[in-house]
Design a protein around this ligand. Structure first.
Ligand SMILES: Nc1nc2c([nH]c(=O)n2[C@@H]2O[C@H](COP(=O)(O)OP(=O)(O)OP(=O)(O)O)[C@@H](O)[C@H]2O)c(=O)[nH]1
Length: 134
């Protein structure tokens, strides 16, 4: 029996006109990751989870129309040693001002093709960002 614990989340890829990707850093964490989070029992579906999380974390409104599922991706979890994160990942568009809220300490737009020595969670660095590089 495996002792690995699974964290299931829904995560968002939000891009600007230049193709840069919005990353967040949570309070107390060193690495950048995608906005999003765990499902709540009251969520109607995964897009509802994302809509709720994006509003909580960034103060913006997610548009359901045009949401594009990138897949179910997993990697060792960023902030919980011994855990694996499994994410349903959607590229979505948002409206309104984006600002760091709740447990988000920093937001940053990054070029997925030029991450340099940025500290980025493995799910994003190894699974999500490579999908966005042409
Ligand atoms: N949201 C998010 N979580 C990630 C990513 N990559 C990654 O390893 N994780 C891991 O998954 C965990 C998800 O927890 P979370 O704190 O974002 O979710 P949440 O807001 O619903 O949590 P809470 O209600 O327990 O506070 C993170 O602590 C982190 O260890 C990512 O790209 N986005």
């Amino acid at each position: 029996m495996s002792s690995t614990k699974l964290i299931r989340i829904v995560a968002a890829v939000i891009r600007d006109e230049a193709g840069r990707v919005l990353m967040v850093r949570k309070r107390g964490a060193e690495v950048l990751q995608q906005p999003g989070g765990k499902r709540d029992p009251g969520d109607r579906d995964d897009l509802h989870t994302l809509e709720r999380e994006l509003h909580e974390e960034l103060g913006c409104t997610m548009r359901r129309e045009g949401a594009h599922r990138l897949g179910c991706l997993s990697a060792p979890a960023a902030n919980e040693p011994g855990h694996v994160v499994e994410a349903e990942v959607y590229e979505v568009r948002v409206e309104g001002t984006i600002e760091a809220r709740a447990e988000i300490e920093e937001i940053r737009w990054i070029d997925p093709a030029a991450t340099g020595d940025l500290l980025i969670a493995r799910l994003s660095r190894e699974q999500i960002l490579p999908l966005l590089v042409i």
